[in-house]
Design a protein around this ligand. Structure first.
Ligand code: ADP
Ligand code: MG
Length: 440
């Protein structure tokens, strides 16, 4: 059998195994380039197709080759320039550009893919269910109801399903809508006294995010109930996310609750340590940065609540370092994540006297003595001023601290320093410096 005939036969089998759209898009334009010692090379038209084959169709190709009597050790895919006709369903801009993900008013964010979704113990059930739905929309888990706390990846996961389905099957209409938007559109139609043009009923795959928003909105629940039934009866896939399971959404109509419960319900839990590490490492790589392992470990240990915060902390570290041309170190990140809270140590009048004496380099005994020469008088006045502003002592108390019985001395001294600070730059700086030293 020539390679050409062999490949024809393989394609014949694959054609009945996958959907027509998948076949036309991915298989039609392929050739068997090489077949040597069990190593098979398949020519594919572009890099995007190569990835699809590697990620998605690899086992199917292996299996079908074996089925056709080939002893396969491995299959590889090579991009080869195409001159031949481009399959009709393939994107017009074949060549090297990836197909544009078609959106039927779906507002899917292309950033949310399975490829960059890290799977760990906390989300693997939801992930597996999402994968199953992607491969057979409308068949297996319908509806798929994903729930979990904020920032744990619900939106990412359900949009990944939408993106993957759109990418592999152009004929399917994927609609993504937040529950809030659904509600707003519904209300707008009521206000304008027009019937609700519910185009979501025409979707092949309907993804509704943050379903908990429907709580207490009776009319919208009713509208959604009918949308749900229309789609469900036609075996269209419905995917829902919510921050809590159906039974915990308050004032959710019973009939809607039982619909939501009728398919597959999967939760997403906060990520465990390993998953947090994996996410940080993946995001670092995506950002093409290098961050010491101890920094990643520090973040994974200290930020546990959710993935959005984990991501946010990492972004903050990148931005901080980039702006200042720094390399992220453990010390730096510790400070950023857990800035030391400034602890005001309690200080006493005696502390002020001692530190002031030391600062002006005069003996403490002289400060509390009757000496009146400027060299001593000024530090004494500053000490009194600090007792007033830092400790809020009364004037008689202040006078007593410096061995004076007359409190007018204290009033006079504090006033004098207050004025001097306003007018005398030199003294202002001195008092400022001394103040700093009081608390260390
Ligand atoms: P939710 O909808 O549950 O509030 P999101 O889907 O908006 O959470 O996720 C918050 C952020 O964390 C997004 O930027 C998302 O890409 C990221 N994220 C969540 N889960 C994962 C994961 N498993 N792997 C990689 N990134 C994730
Ligand atoms: Mg969300």
């Amino acid at each position: 059998m020539t390679t050409k005939v062999l490949w024809q036969s393989v394609l014949g089998e694959i054609e009945v195994a996958v959907s027509p759209a998948n076949f036309t898009t991915w298989f039609k334009n392929t050739t068997l380039l090489q077949h040597q010692d069990g190593l098979i090379t398949i020519g594919v038209p572009n890099i995007f197709a190569k990835r699809q084959f590697e990620d998605k169709f690899h086992s199917l190709v292996m299996k079908t080759l074996r089925h056709n009597g080939v002893r396969v050790r491995n299959v590889q895919y090579r991009v080869r320039p195409t001159t031949s006709d481009i399959a009709p369903a393939a994107p017009a801009r074949a060549g090297l550009a990836p197909p544009v993900i078609r959106s039927t008013n779906s507002s899917l964010n292309p950033r949310y893919t399975f490829e960059n979704f890290i799977v760990g113990a906390s989300n693997d059930l939801a992930y597996t269910a999402a994968q199953a739905v992607t491969h057979e929309p409308g068949k297996k888990y319908n509806p798929l109801f994903v729930y979990g706390g904020v920032g744990l990846g619900k939106t990412h996961l359900i949009q990944a399903v939408g993106n993957a389905i759109s990418a592999s099957n152009y004929s399917l209409r994927v609609a993504y809508v937040t529950c809030e938007r659904f509600f707003k559109e519904f209300v707008a139609s009521i206000l304008s006294k027009k019937p609700f043009a519910n185009h979501y009923r025409n979707a092949d795959v309907l993804i509704v995010d943050d379903m908990q928003f429907i709580a207490g909105k009776e009319k919208a629940q009713e509208e959604f109930f009918h949308t749900f039934n229309t789609l469900h009866e036609a075996s269209k896939q419905i995917i829902i996310s919510s921050d809590k399971p159906p039974r915990a959404i308050p004032t959710l109509e019973e009939r809607l609750r039982s619909r939501f419960d009728s398919g597959m319900t999967a939760d997403i839990q906060p990520p465990d340590y390993e998953t947090r590490m994996a996410i940080l490492q993946a995001k670092t790589k995506q950002a093409r940065r290098s961050v010491p392992l101890e920094v990643i470990e520090y973040l994974a240990t200290h930020i546990q609540s959710n993935i959005r915060e984990l991501e946010g902390a990492l972004t903050k570290v990148f931005a901080h370092c980039e702006m200042r041309g720094l390399v992220p170190t453990l010390e730096l990140v510790e400070q950023m994540i857990n800035p030391p809270t400034i602890k005001y140590r309690h200080i006493t009048a005696q502390n002020i006297l001692e530190k002031t004496a030391k600062f002006f380099d005069v003996p403490l005994d002289d400060i509390v003595s009757p000496r009146r020469d400027k060299e001593i008088a000024e530090p004494r006045q500053v000490a009194m001023y600090l007792m007033r502003v830092e400790l809020r002592l009364s004037f008689p108390q202040i006078a007593k601290q410096v061995g004076r019985s007359d409190h007018t001395t204290a009033i006079h001294s504090v006033n004098k320093i207050e004025n001097a600070i306003l007018n005398n730059h030199y003294l202002r700086q001195k008092v400022f410096d001394l103040k700093e030293k009081l608390y260390v």
